[in-house]
Design a protein around this ligand. Sequence first.
Ligand SMILES: Cc1cc2nc3c(=O)[nH]c(=O)nc-3n(C[C@H](O)[C@H](O)[C@H](O)COP(=O)(O)OP(=O)(O)OC[C@H]3O[C@@H](n4cnc5c(N)ncnc54)[C@H](O)[C@@H]3O)c2cc1C
Ligand SMILES: NC(=O)C1=CN([C@@H]2O[C@H](COP(=O)(O)OP(=O)(O)OC[C@H]3O[C@@H](n4cnc5c(N)ncnc54)[C@H](OP(=O)(O)O)[C@@H]3O)[C@@H](O)[C@H]2O)C=CC1
Ligand SMILES: O=C(O)C(=O)Cc1c[nH]c2ccccc12
Length: 389
Amino acid sequence: MEMAEEANVIIVGAGPAGLAASACLNRLHISNILLEREDCCASLWKKRSYDRLKLHLAKEFCALPYMPFPPNAPRFVPRIQFIQYLENYVSHFQVNPQCNRCVVSAEYDQSRRRWKVVAENSASNTEELYFGKYLVAATGENSEGFIPNLPGLNLFGGDYLHSSEYRNGKAYKGKNVLVVGCGNSGMEIAYDLQKWGAKTSIAVRSPVHILNKNIMWLSMTLLKFQVSIKKVDKIVTRLAKLQYGNLSKYGLPRPKEGPFYLKATTGRSATIDVGCLKNIKKGKVKVYPTIKSVDRSKYIEFDNGDMRKFDAIIFATGYRSTVRKWLKDGGGLFDETGLPMKNTNSWKGENGLYGAGFARQGLFGIAKDARNIAEDIKSDLTSQNQRNN
Ligand SMILES: Cc1cc2nc3c(=O)[nH]c(=O)nc-3n(C[C@H](O)[C@H](O)[C@H](O)COP(=O)(O)OP(=O)(O)OC[C@H]3O[C@@H](n4cnc5c(N)ncnc54)[C@H](O)[C@@H]3O)c2cc1C
Ligand SMILES: NC(=O)C1=CN([C@@H]2O[C@H](COP(=O)(O)OP(=O)(O)OC[C@H]3O[C@@H](n4cnc5c(N)ncnc54)[C@H](OP(=O)(O)O)[C@@H]3O)[C@@H](O)[C@H]2O)C=CC1
Ligand SMILES: O=C(O)C(=O)Cc1c[nH]c2ccccc12
């Protein structure tokens, strides 16, 4: 075990949430160590996203604390420009991510009243020890891709991959490709595949809300001005019906609950259409119900009995949090799935444990979390100093 390092705060994860938390602490001159498993910061955006990806919330809802996007930035910031923004943010606030450090355990030492964090340094193949009075979990709601264990998938005769491994449709021209999932990844990847000349189908399991970016912008603006989720959902659902009509006939029924109620209660985002819906309506992208089984001859059986041959499957079936793989105890904040327990706030736990980026509000929520966490640590340190003096 290498030398131990100590700081007031240990932050795990150097995505937008960890970067923002470190920047807010730096502004308050509170020492912090930022640990990142990959060889770079913002790895989701640099290494686990597809080429055509853009922020689908308007830039005013995506800025990190104390650094708005430049006025000449597009309203919906492309992935490459967002990465540049994050790099500028890192240098402006002198954030210093310790990369190639994968945290494998973090537990609270009651006797010493501090967190003990163990990280594997993949560059030097050593284990490192870190101690901090506070711990910020910033490993993300989308820390690892999820592929369902479908019957026969291990025998499938074609290729299959998770959406986080998809970059573009170049390799699929002329091929039969099935996208599983109609979230934002699934619908945009299906759109991209069709543009690249793939014969594209999408498997849809549950009802889904489909909005466009303008309806989304209006919703976010209303929410920002404290309009209730119930009212926003009523407005949004009506606008979506006016915009898109009845989508059940295309295999895309809407859920009973509103889109923002579902985002707040399940974390599931409404799908913001980037053009795939038009292709579905024109029959250029075929919609199937969910998969029943897969077999070695590349045939896939769907719940409605349809059988179809595919060369590849792209699982746009979402992500999981990995917090509880390294955080031994939920600390009064995280449940066994690595997401905030119900009926707690999403950013503050016990014994100096914090969570940044788990508010189910994406970048919009991250900016609030980072400020709240830094202010809370500052006031805790101040009251301790007053007690000690
Ligand atoms: C394809 C895609 C598009 C998205 N688009 C938007 C959007 O337009 N708008 C929006 O608001 N949100 C969007 N999101 C949500 C996304 O989660 C946020 O934008 C943002 O990336 C969350 O930042 P984060 O720092 O919380 O998590 P992440 O960006 O996931 O970063 C977490 C970091 O922690 C690191 N890490 C994980 N485990 C460990 C460990 N054990 N030790 C050390 N480091 C670790 C990871 O390597 C990663 O760098 C999108 C998500 C996806 C998947
Ligand atoms: N900026 C942008 O443009 C983009 C943003 N994002 C964001 O990234 C996050 C992740 O999005 P995404 O990757 O789409 O994941 P999501 O979790 O949003 O969607 C997963 C989809 O996969 C389906 N699914 C899951 N398991 C199965 C299964 N066993 N069989 C069939 N279908 C299944 C789900 O259906 P069910 O409802 O039945 O569970 C759902 O439709 C979201 O917050 C999203 O907003 C993603 C892409 C682009
Ligand atoms: O795309 C994401 O993952 C986001 O979290 C951004 C987002 C989509 N729908 C929302 C509803 C409320 C706040 C943020 C979002």
